[in-house]
Design a protein around this ligand. Structure first.
Ligand code: CTP
Length: 417
């Protein structure tokens, strides 16, 4: 039975304990795992834990007299099919990006010819720091793969992006990469005992999706807002489907009732204005933009700073202004083959309105729903839709789960490439 050889690099963060589970899952998937740790990682987990479970020496220091190999970083790095770093701190990412090799793990990276995958975990501010993002960009340009951290409660008790991705997801992404080595890399061509789904279709690999999801909330005063019924289910279903087909997915989420899928980077954009600026910050990296959010078309001109009191007012007039049309702007300013997909929720002449939306906003595809139909629209688990593509025939999709519909939409998207 073929085995993949994975070098698991563990750097010093709270999430280091999760590397033990990653190692177990890799072993279950018939991988041979050897472990390298940074000195700081050993403060969180003992090398003995990995040694007991792998049966191999865990290298922390090249110069350690107990080290069985005098030039371990060369041997270690050249006997693996994948170098997988879990968790990766901002520090180790910085070292890799800048060619610093002052310990075993960073020297291993520099000596490594195998594919490299990095699963970062850190505090949100450290993650968002321009220096960290710059280093990540540089490593991506060098061909390094990332399993992005997700939003959640962090060890420092703040909530934000920086939490290590779910271990199952890290392993599934690693296995997908291993099962599709680049032509020049050689290596085994089958994953023998890993669930088929993990190695299944990756027709979107290399694509970077940016998806707006959910409804926006436009403040009237600190207590009240204008919003809509969007749950985010369709947008999240698309995000999950794109992820499963190999794409890297970032979601800008407004107000949602559904949980974001794992393995997807989630940014928040609660008002139309915030969603607009989050999209502007991300769009340059995207290869596909999907406007699945129900963005409020109008927002109060000035949100009151204090709660509006009803005393002495028999009527209240709210003055509203148009919000930026995110989808139209993305489409207008696009370069380099970005595909742009919009949604149209209509109550009459669905295809007619949707087609005119596609033309007005210059879209490649519109997914149109008649939200008055049973089994379609907001907050349901199913949808009924018509897909319109530029120059193509209208495709009617009968009632089906939103997740299945997401795949049908992506099937049409792939044809546009
Ligand atoms: N959209 C957007 N930004 C806005 C408004 C809408 O990105 N400010 C996107 C939605 O995400 C969706 C599509 O545009 O993909 C919906 O188009 P839109 O013209 O706003 O729909 P309606 O508001 O329903 O249009 P109309 O008022 O013309 O019926």
């Amino acid at each position: 039975m073929s085995k993949f050889r994975v070098g698991l690099g563990v750097s010093g963060g709270i999430a280091a304990y999760k590397a033990v589970e990653v190692m177990r899952l890799l072993q279950k998937a018939a991988c041979e795992v050897s472990v390298a740790m940074t000195r700081h990682a050993t403060e969180f987990v003992q090398p003995l834990t990995f040694r007991a479970l792998t049966g191999g020496h865990v290298i922390v220091d090249d110069y350690d007299p107990a080290n069985p190999d005098p030039i371990a970083h060369i041997k270690f790095s050249q006997e693996i099919d994948l170098l997988l770093i879990v968790p990766a701190t901002a520090n180790i990412i910085g070292k890799f990006a800048n060619g610093i090799a002052d310990d075993f793990l960073s020297s291993t990276y520099l000596a490594c010819t195998a594919q490299v995958m990095i699963a970062p975990a850190m505090n949100t501010t450290m993650w968002e720091q321009p220096a960290t993002q710059r280093n990540i960009e540089r490593l991506r340009a060098d061909g390094v793969h990332f399993v992005e951290p997700v939003a959640g409660e962090l060890a420092c008790k703040t909530v934000g992006t920086g939490k290590l991705e779910d271990v199952e997801n890290i392993v599934s992404q690693a296995m997908r990469l291993l099962s599709e080595p680049p032509a020049s890399a050689g290596g085994p061509d089958v994953v023998t005992d890993w669930p088929a789904a993990y190695a299944a279709g990756s027709d979107l690999s290399g694509e970077r999706f940016l998806i707006t999801v959910g409804g926006t909330r436009e403040a009237i005063d600190p207590v009240r807002f204008i919003s809509n019924h969007s749950s985010g289910k369709m947008g999240f279903a698309l995000a999950a489907a794109a992820r499963d087909r190999g794409a890297e997915v970032t979601v800008v989420a407004g107000v949602t009732a559904a949980e974001p899928p794992k393995g997807v980077r989630v940014l928040r954009g609660i008002s139309a204005e915030e969603m607009h600026s989050a999209v502007k910050g991300e769009i340059e990296r995207a290869t596909v933009f999907v406007g699945a959010a129900a963005v409020a078309d109008y927002a109060p001109v000035n949100a009151a700073d204090a709660k509006i009191k009803k005393e002495g007012k028999e009527q209240l007039t709210l003055e509203l202004k148009k919000t930026p049309d995110i989808l139209a702007e993305v489409s207008r300013n696009r370069t380099n083959g970005l595909l742009v997909v919009g949604f149209a929720a209509e109550t009459s002449d669905v295809v007619g309105y949707a087609r005119s939306k596609m033309e007005k906003k210059g879209l490649d595809m519109v997914v149109a729903n008649d939200i008055t139909r049973e089994g379609a629209g907001f907050n349901t688990d199913t949808n009924i839709a018509t897909i319109l593509t530029r120059g193509g025939e209208a495709i009617d999709l009968p009632m089906m789960p939103k997740r299945e519909m997401a795949d049908r939409i992506l099937d049409e998207l792939v044809k546009l490439r």
